[in-house]
Design a binder for this molecule. Structure first.
Ligand SMILES: Cc1cc2nc3c(=O)[nH]c(=O)nc-3n(C[C@H](O)[C@H](O)[C@H](O)COP(=O)(O)OP(=O)(O)OC[C@H]3O[C@@H](n4cnc5c(N)ncnc54)[C@H](O)[C@@H]3O)c2cc1C
Length: 361
């Protein structure tokens, strides 16, 4: 039986980040996920846009989150060489109503934006950048915004972690407290058994299904996106974010989202959601739907929390059982900065910020 410092359940956005954070501290990590591999399909694209919502509010610890994510992306991009994991395409936030224009202009002064991140564009400048954008009152342009090819990113990340010494097991596993010891026994479906000092549950929307965490006030919000192909190359690359978002994927494809469904039965995609998303696309880029063909429609679940911030920390009664979830719609931005708090806490006892701590509930 091999001994690990931590067994991480879930190799998605949180699980890879915390496995990496602990590995960098020299800790031996076991990463477990029965639903993925190093070549798994997944969401094709995700947006990194620190100017959030209709008020373009700078996201919580925006610069720290952004820098931590970029640092790890640089490491991964150096590791894979030529393969593209992101597109540094920028994000335009057209003010398609007068109210949005007012909010967006206010946001420029209200928040302490890092130099070079954000600027105002007049409607003429918006039209020059992208004549397909809906009539507007000008808009914000985020030079810092970018798109992540999420499936490629996560597959690369898992391979990277394995090559760096994290033991990755893509199969089901259970954990249980070991009698008389402050450790967990980890039993894998294919027969291996390990022990670990800590268990970290980072299982996304399935985290609430782990009985020790079912009391948490986590809400699942289903989101659907449409994936389109165009007949001809689309001659702009930036992401567009207004009442929805559109993310480019290669020269001829784009992903448009998303719905926010607070009540849902399952993860099937629906015609109603398809039409709602198409409505969002028409609001942003009115003529575009005529030139697009739907390729696919995808659904997933965001884990949201009352203060819209992630959840990390130790279980109140079983302190070596930990959690990392609650990423809302900002999983990519939060991932590494927040993981480092948990990794530091476990390795050195450094405190966890109150607004992230699982014991805030
Ligand atoms: C439609 C939609 C659009 C989104 N767009 C964006 C975006 O543009 N930008 C952005 O930053 N975020 C976006 N998000 C949010 C983002 O996807 C989440 O914040 C992020 O995936 C959360 O990371 P996670 O690791 O908690 O969960 P996940 O990424 O879901 O990973 C959880 C992992 O746990 C595994 N798992 C489940 N059960 C078990 C188990 N029993 N044992 C072991 N492993 C298990 C799963 O297989 C999975 O790999 C979007 C979400 C949705 C639904």
């Amino acid at each position: 039986m091999s001994d690990f410092y931590a067994a991480v359940f879930g190799a998605g956005i949180c699980g890879t980040a915390i496995a990496n954070g602990l590995m960098k501290k020299g800790k031996k990590v076991l990463l477990i996920d029965p639903f993925v591999s190093e070549d798994a399909p997944g969401p094709p694209v995700g947006m990194v846009n620190p100017a959030t919502g209709p008020r373009a509010k700078l996201c919580w610890r925006g610069k720290e989150c952004y820098d931590a994510l970029r640092a790890q992306l640089n490491t991964l991009m150096a590791y894979v060489g030529g393969e593209e994991l992101i597109s540094d395409c920028g994000v335009i936030r057209p003010a398609i109503t007068e109210k949005l224009a007012k909010n967006f202009k206010r946001a420029l002064d209200k928040y302490d934006w890092p130099e070079g991140w954000i600027r105002w564009m007049s409607k003429e400048e918006v039209a020059e950048l992208n004549p397909e954008i809906a009539p507007n009152y000008g808009g914000l342009y985020l030079d810092c915004g970018f798109t992540v090819y999420v499936d490629r990113y996560l597959n690369t990340y898992r391979r990277y972690l394995r090559e760096k010494g994290v033991v990755c097991k893509y199969e089901e596993a259970d954990y249980s407290r070991m009698e008389g010891e402050n450790r967990f026994g980890i039993d894998l479906e294919e027969g291996d058994s390990f022990s670990a000092e800590h268990v970290i549950v980072a299982a996304g929307s399935r985290t609430a299904g782990f009985e020790e965490w079912e009391h948490l006030p986590l809400e699942g919000v289903k989101g659907q996106v449409n994936w389109y192909g165009a007949d001809e190359d689309l001659d702009w690359e930036h992401a567009v974010s207004a009442k929805g978002y559109s993310l480019r994927l290669g020269k001829k494809e784009l992903v448009v989202g998303a719905t926010y469904e607070h009540h849902f039965d399952g993860l099937d995609t629906t015609q109603e959601a398809h039409e709602r998303i198409e409505g969002k696309l028409k609001l942003m880029l009115p003529e575009l739907p005529n030139r697009l063909t739907k390729k696919a429609q995808l659904a997933g679940v965001r884990v949201t929390t009352p203060n819209r911030l992630p959840v990390i920390g130790r279980h109140a009664e079983t302190p070596n059982l930990c959690i990392y979830t609650g990423m809302n719609s900002k999983g990519l931005l939060f991932s590494h900065y927040v993981a480092d708090f948990l990794a530091n806490h476990l390795a050195t006892g450094a405190p966890i910020p109150e607004d992230l701590d699982v014991n805030r509930f």
